[in-house]
Write a protein that binds this ligand. Structure first.
Ligand code: DGY
Length: 320
């Protein structure tokens, strides 16, 4: 019997390709930018399994082309790039990569909090640009992280990781989630509150909720107006959870103090983007889970999901 065919839409760590190659013919898109739509349509037509990235739009047309496609393994925890109900209707398994990336993403979220609050990027450029002429009392003075109040919107595994880190900084941690997490409250000493109260009380508002039809545009003008003037807004989930125009206005009009963003509505973001022109914004190119160990584990988990499905076993981390 001939081996199944797996198409991988970007270069991933070798370990995962080797694992897949034991059971399948594997082809990898070697380009540095995402695979073209036409190539993806062509590959999906031949594929038994697709290992894809959050940059690939796996919509109805792609799924329809996969006449013998059994699984779409997304190398990300978020899966807003995939038409999940349609895949479910067609009996195509979709998997994601939860847990393995929680700690790395929590690290990055905390790093963004510290970097934004203490103006690290601005301070570094200031020094390198030769602007440092003297020490002075309020030079590049920022906000305290230690002992501040943190508000986490979306208390999943990454949220819990951020809360654990925050406890080491003696922070009061509030959270808002669709369902209350009593276990997290007991274990981590975090306090549940409604979104409005969280926005009013938090010095740091951190968005970690997945992008769904309910969370799209969740944080907009009214939410920014409700925040403290010294509030720092952090987003490491998905750009579309936030109304970027409203965020820009809030920063410009000093409704809030600063923002740290790892994600944008349109990625890659243009250097002309208004948010990149503001000094009180730290911007990163969607690197939440980008540690070598984590990205390797994500690729391996995606590969293991594919192998399980190709061997008629249950996937490890199914979405549908
Ligand atoms: C995810 O897995 O959804 C992350 O955004 C990738 O870094």
């Amino acid at each position: 019997m001939s081996k199944p065919y797996v198409f991988i839409t970007m270069k991933i760590p070798d370990e995962a390709i080797e694992k897949l190659s034991e059971v399948a013919h594997v082809s990898v898109w070697e380009g540095d930018s995402p695979v073209s739509r036409q190539r993806l349509l062509d590959e999906v037509q031949k594929a038994d399994a697709l290992l894809c990235m959050l940059t690939d739009s796996i919509d109805q047309q792609i799924l329809d082309n996969g006449t013998h496609l059994k699984i779409v393994a997304n190398m990300a925890v978020g899966y807003d790039n995939i038409a999940i109900p349609y895949a479910a209707e067609k009996g195509i398994v979709v998997t994601n990569t939860p847990e393995v990336l929680s700690e790395a993403t929590a690290d990055l979220t905390f790093a963004l909090m510290l970097t934004t609050a203490r103006r690290i990027v601005e301070a570094s450029s200031f020094l390198r640009n030769g602007e440092w002429t003297s020490w002075s009392p309020l030079l590049l003075a920022g906000q305290d992280v230690y002992d501040a109040t943190l508000g986490i919107i979306g208390m999943g595994r990454i949220g819990e990781g951020v809360a654990r880190r925050a406890k080491g900084f003696d922070m009061r941690v509030l959270y808002y989630n669709r369902t209350r997490k009593k276990h997290a409250e007991e274990r981590l000493g975090v306090e549940y509150c409604e979104l409005d109260s969280l926005l009013k009380e938090a010095d740091f508002v951190v968005v970690l909720t997945p992008l769904t039809s309910e969370t799209k545009g969740l944080i907009s003008t009214n939410q920014f107006k409700a925040m403290k003037k010294n509030a720092i807004f952090i987003n490491t989930s998905r750009g579309a959870v936030v109304d970027e125009e409203a965020l820009y206005q809030a920063l410009l009009e000093k409704e809030i103090w600063g923002a740290g963003l790892d994600v944008f509505q349109q990625e890659p973001v243009s250097t002309e983007h208004p948010l990149l022109q503001l000094p009180n914004v730290v911007t990163l190119p969607h690197i939440g889970s980008a540690s070598i160990k984590t990205r390797t584990e994500m690729a391996l988990l995606a590969a293991e999901n594919i192998i399980a499905v190709l061997q008629n076993k249950k996937p490890i981390t199914p979405v549908c």
